[in-house]
Each structure stands twice: as structure tokens, then as C-alpha cells.
Design a protein around this ligand. Structure first.
Ligand SMILES: [Zn+2]
Length: 277
């Protein structure tokens, strides 16, 4: 099978602070990027225990060149680099049979969810599609769903798994920690997490015929709650966006994929306001 992996970092076992995930942090980040890389490796090894897999890994955290190549199998492909126009779903298309989201985390506003955010917390305070609050898992799953690709596995904390089980009940969840606050978690050790992820990945691929693409059918309404009025000022410049109130934006799209593209564009332009020098 052809497997697409979008790997984030905040959901890695043991991770509970931004410093651990910050490429500018010379002390902690090198440790945790290795743990992140090993979790991706465990997911690949687990998948391959069920079935031969051709793998594309999209490094989807922060500067998007976190993965250590010496921790990965020699024959996988890796999408590295910043920025990528399609961010966490760069490279996804109808050529894949299934997807894994490793190191993922809950969406902004969720309680007891370590480092929970949705794409850019300095720009986005909330994202809804047809009134449904969407985290990165759902937004990205729906993008893959447009190409008929089902999400088979997610790994991260309990809050992520609770939300994923609700909306993507066919996906296998490797819960490597339980968040106790925004900046604390009760975690498995990295070694135990690797074993869990590998076994869950094996089951996910073994049962992949049960999985379904996650889709928003037909025309959709995208609603964005910007983090600040100045971000919303910029987002509102995008043709087709309306602004029901100071930080709220709305976009009607004939298909989800266009709503997703509009979200990414709004996030980029909003960041221009947030990154004031
Ligand atoms: Zn991240």
C-alpha cells in the first residue's frame, strides 16, 4: 500500500512544553526531535508488519525540518522545509491508500489538552466548518478525504483520541499520554510509546478496509475566529470573505478543498499582521 504520514511534534510522548518543540531551543529540542522521529519510525515499522508500504512522510511541525533521517528507514521519502503551501497536508493526493497522523494534538480551546492549538495560535482562535469546531486532525482528514484517503491512525494525548474517536471512529488511536493541564501531561515513557504506536499502526493497516475517508459533502461554510482584530483586518481583504464581527470571518465554498485553501491563505495573511516587527 501507499501510506501518507503527516507528523507533528506536540503529541509526542513526554512533550509538555513549547521549549521542547522549539527549533530555536538548543537544549531541549534536539532531545525531543529525536523522540518525534522515533515515533514516526515506530509507526512505519508497525504498518509494515501488516503489509508492505511505500511511505511519504510530511514533516509538519513548526519549521518542518525536524525529522532526523538517521532514525528513519532508508527507503521512505520525506517532505521537509518551510514553508509549504499546503502545510500539514503537503503532498497528499489520491495516490495514497491511507494516512497516519503522528504526534498530533487537540484543537484550540480544548480543556486538559497539552499544547492544544489549531495551526497558528497567534492567528487562529477557532475554525468551524458548517458549524463544527475543527481541530487539525479534522481539517487535515477532510482534505485527505477529498482525495478518498482515509485516516487510519492518530497518535497523541487522550484529548486528541477522544475527539478522533468521535469523528473518525474507524481510526486507531495510540494514546501516549493524558494531559493534566495545558503545560503538563501524565505520559508513557518514550520506549513504551514506541511499542504502543507500532502495535496500533500494525492493527490500523491490518484493518484498513474498515476505514472511510472523512468528508464534508457539497458546499461548505468556513468560519474563522481570528486571534486578534488586526489579523482579521488582513483576512478580510481576501475576496469572498465576509466579516460578521470584529474577529469573525466567513467564507462560503462550493467544495471543502477550496475552504481549506482559503483557511491556509487567511492564516498566512493573518500572520503578516501578527508578526509585526
Ligand atoms: Zn506542531
Amino acid at each position: 500500500m501507499r501510506l501518507y504520514i503527516s507528523c507533528d511534534m506536540e503529541g509526542t510522548a513526554g512533550v509538555c512544553s513549547w521549549e521542547q518543540c522549539d527549533p530555536n531551543n538548543a537544549n531541549e529540542y534536539p532531545i525531543y526531535r529525536r523522540l518525534m522521529s522515533r515515533e514516526v519510525r515506530a509507526a512505519i515499522d508497525g504498518a509494515r508488519a501488516a503489509e508492505p508500504c511505500e511511505v511519504l512522510v510530511n514533516d509538519a511541525h513548526s519549521r518542518m525540518h525536524n525529522l532526523l533521517f538517521d532514525e528513519l528507514p532508508d527507503d521512505v521519502r520525506v517532505l521537509s522545509g518551510y514553508r509549504k503551501a499546503l502545510s500539514m497536508v503537503q503532498g497528499a493526493d489520491e495516490g495514497f491508500d491511507g494516512a497516519f497522523f503522528t504526534g498530533y494534538h487537540a484543537g484550540i480551546g480544548v480543556e486538559r489538552a497539552v499544547l492544544a492549538h489549531t495551526y497558528s495560535p497567534n492567528v487562529l482562535y477557532g475554525v468551524r466548518i458548517d458549524g463544527m469546531e475543527c481541530d487539525e486532525t479534522l481539517l487535515n482528514a477532510a482534505y485527505l478525504g477529498e482525495f478518498g484517503v482515509p485516516v487510519l491512525l492518530v497518535s497523541g494525548d487522550e484529548a486528541l483520541c477522544v475527539s478522533t474517536r468521535k469523528h473518525l471512529p474507524w481510526a486507531r488511536c495510540a494514546q501516549v499520554k493524558r494531559s493534566t493541564d495545558y503545560y503538563s501531561a501524565d505520559s508513557m515513557t518514550p520506549a513504551a510509546a514506541l511499542a504502543l504506536i507500532a502495535e496500533t499502526a500494525r492493527e490500523a493497516v491490518w484493518h484498513r478496509a474498515e476505514a472511510r475517508p472523512f468528508r464534508f459533502d457539497g458546499s461548505v461554510t468556513l468560519e474563522i475566529e481570528a486571534a486578534s482584530v488586526e489579523c482579521a483586518d488582513y483576512m478580510a481583504l481576501i475576496p469572498g470573505f465576509t466579516r460578521p464581527s470584529g474577529r469573525s470571518l466567513r467564507f462560503q465554498a462550493p467544495r471543502y478543498i477550496l475552504a481549506f485553501q482559503a483557511l491556509i491563505a487567511a492564516m498566512r495573511i493573518g500572520r503578516a499582521a501578527a508578526d509585526r516587527a
